[in-house]
Design a protein around this ligand. Structure first.
Ligand code: GDP
Ligand code: ZN
Length: 333
């Protein structure tokens, strides 16, 4: 009994099709829909199945970022639904982008998700509100090639929303901003605009800002997400799904990614997140001005006349230092 899945609804593109055709002798195209502690779920045109990486792929994957993640396109050995044992993942197709973090204490990167179209950078308008964090998230998001959208949650708990939005606009030049509240579903329609058929969005942000609540709202169902996706449930329930792709009824799919607190910048491009500073830098007297103590520094002048906040420049310096550190460690290994 075959059930045909509309793979274009899963974001299947010509590029993926032709790569699969070039590689896929006897293999089937599938999308990784969930990552569990001990394996994967994949969707083929015939339905969803459990999956594991092949011995060969496992052997060749020396770094954790060479393993499949949601929502990779992969080639598997079977396209049956459920019945015929785990599918075997033989290849990961080229990722159009990935979201990464540095692993704790090390310089190794960990890929959290791949092939993402939209990144919802979530921050609550109450205690979590922090412009420096938005700048950091934004640098990572622009770097990924996906489109960042800043989602300001819990508007009902904030007395000065317009003022906060204005602050975010100065910290995030060029980024779309959506204000939401779970109380009355404010902002949900705006979020849906980024979720057309075949598009995948990821929700990033600190724990407790309301990501799961938003996802539940968009899905229109009480998916077992808030608890199911946490690795340790206080009730001791066996929860092993780390990340999964969830289809939104009117189009698109969303992924919740816990564990974003230690996120780091993977690549040295702050030019979009700090486009205002980098533009001003062209007017500094010295071409290699570091905007610290140099005379004729246009950036310091902007801080003095308050068109750029001192906190923003400080954060720019901090992120640059972090990047240099990462680059240095990478050239050493
Ligand atoms: P997550 O960790 O980012 O997924 O956050 P959750 O979705 O689990 O939400 C954390 C807490 O904030 C829960 O108690 C939610 O009910 C609450 N919450 C989420 N969104 C809102 C909102 O817009 N307004 C208010 N007042 N509370 C919210
Ligand atoms: Zn300067």
């Amino acid at each position: 009994m075959k059930r045909n899945i509309d793979m274009s609804g899963l974001g299947l593109s010509e590029i993926i099709l032709s790569e699969a055709a070039a590689l896929g002798e006897g293999l089937h195209l599938a999308r990784v829909t969930a990552q569990h502690r001990d394996g994967y779920s994949v969707m083929t045109e015939n339905g969803e199945n459990g999956a594991a990486v092949s011995g060969r792929l496992n052997y060749r994957s020396s770094a954790p970022d060479e393993y499949p993640v949601v929502v990779d396109w992969v080639l598997v050995d079977r396209a049956d639904e459920g019945a015929n044992g785990n599918a075997v993942i033989h290849r990961i197709l080229t990722r159009k982008n990935s979201i990464e973090r540095g692993t704790a204490g090390g310089t190794r990167r960990q890929v959290l998700a791949a092939n993402i179209d939209t990144i919802f950078l979530c921050m609550s308008l109450n205690y979590d509100f922090n412009l420096r964090r938005i700048e950091r998230y934004l640098a990572i998001a622009w770097d990924s090639g996906a489109m960042p959208v800043i989602v300001l949650t819990k508007a009902d708990l904030c007395g000065d929303v317009p003022e906060k939005v204005a602050q975010v606009q100065t910290a995030a030049p060029g980024a779309d901003i959506v204000v939401t509240s779970a109380l009355n579903e404010n902002g949900h329609a705006e979020l849906r605009k980024y979720l057309s058929k075949g598009k995948t969005a990821v929700f990033l942000g600190s724990s407790g800002v309301g990501k799961s609540t938003l996802i539940n709202g968009l899905l229109g169902t009480k998916v077992q997400l808030t608890k199911g996706i946490r690795e340790n449930d206080s009730k001791g329930r066996h929860t092993t799904t780390r990340r999964q792709m969830l289809m939104v009824p009117d189009g698109g799919a969303v992924i919740d990614t816990p564990g974003l607190r230690e996120i780091r910048i993977a690549s040295p491009d702050l030019s979009k997140a700090f486009s205002d500073i980098e533009e001003l830098a062209n007017s500094c007297r010295f071409r290699d001005c570091k905007h610290e103590t140099e005379p004729g520094c246009a950036v310091k002048r902007a801080v003095e006349d308050r068109s750029i906040s001192a906190g923003r420049l400080e954060n720019y310096h901090k992120l640059r230092r972090e990047l240099k550190h990462i680059q240095r460690s990478e050239t050493m290994t």
